[in-house]
Design a protein around this ligand. Sequence first.
Ligand code: NCD
Ligand code: ZN
Length: 365
Amino acid sequence: MKRLTLAGTAAQMTDISMQDLIIRRPDDWHLHLRDGDMLEAVLPYSSAHFSRAIIMPNLVPPVTDCASANAYRARIEKALPKGHDFTPLMTLYLTETTDADDVVAGFESGVIRAVKLYPAGATTNSQSGVRDMEKVYPVLERMAQAGVPLCVHGEVTDPDVDIFDREAVFIERVLEPTRRRFPTLRIVMEHITTQEGVAYVRDGAEGIGGTITTHHLIINRNAILVGGIRPHYYCLPIAKRESHRLALREAATSGNARFFLGTDSAPHLDPAKESACGCAGVFSSINTMACLAHVFEQEDALDQLEAFASLNGPGFYRLPVNENTMRLTRRETPVNLPDKIETKSGAVTVFDPMFPIYWDVDAKA
Ligand code: NCD
Ligand code: ZN
């Protein structure tokens, strides 16, 4: 068996028919766990594979202060299956009335790890988000001083801007001006979906990172629209044309430390997706690592999977990398994964990558 050990990392790989890849345990730098029945149903899939996750605060009502973040963390910890070792990294939902003292104190005491900017109306539960960026300048200034990362949903909401252009326009109109005004602010451009997003993160100033989802590496907009409308591929930012997907693949598999995994696994009950006005969100925590192994294998970049899923994120967030490992094994025949999971309130459809999955994940390696 040929084994490749990468300097300074845990990644090992054997070749051809029965590949066996061992990487440091991954983290998910953008995750929606929801609350109640949904939390209980989806959390075990994240905690089975990931050591930590940045938990999105877009609950109803949103998590806007450290007291609510602490209470939410306690609900997540309570819902954790026995034996799962998983640390939720909490975030605050930025509003025009966010208290900068609360943010800085929460960051310094480890209650929160980041603050999330949702432009009001950009996505699911973003109504309480920011309408006028100038109103949050005082908070951003304090965050820049204290080193609190700002996670950004990078889409403008101007009705005159085409939905496929909203990310690129956001960079120009909002992101770059904000960065210039607060050059030391650490920014994660979340779930990038465009060549412009890739270029901005790759070539931009220091202190900028970008998360990439699993599904945006796999689908382009045809998946949503060709041969019938497929609501389970509808998410925000919406998948773009093929050239953008290829740019994302190149970025994710490049090893560049600025790019890291954020699944944006965002479960909604099936009736809320399969509707005349369906919700945005793809549920992928359950098969993300297997799908990523497939993608990295296709790109002949299995040796970069560990950087993307396990090393670059902690690097950006200034956290230690995980010491334990995960084994991914390529089988001769496809592995079985469920099409749906059940919650006490109904079913949630799992992301279908439209290819058979051959990779088996053993997170206790
Ligand atoms: C997310 C959700 O459902 O909370 N939906 C999505 O399509 N990604 C919100 C978000 O991250 O935009
Ligand atoms: Zn999200």
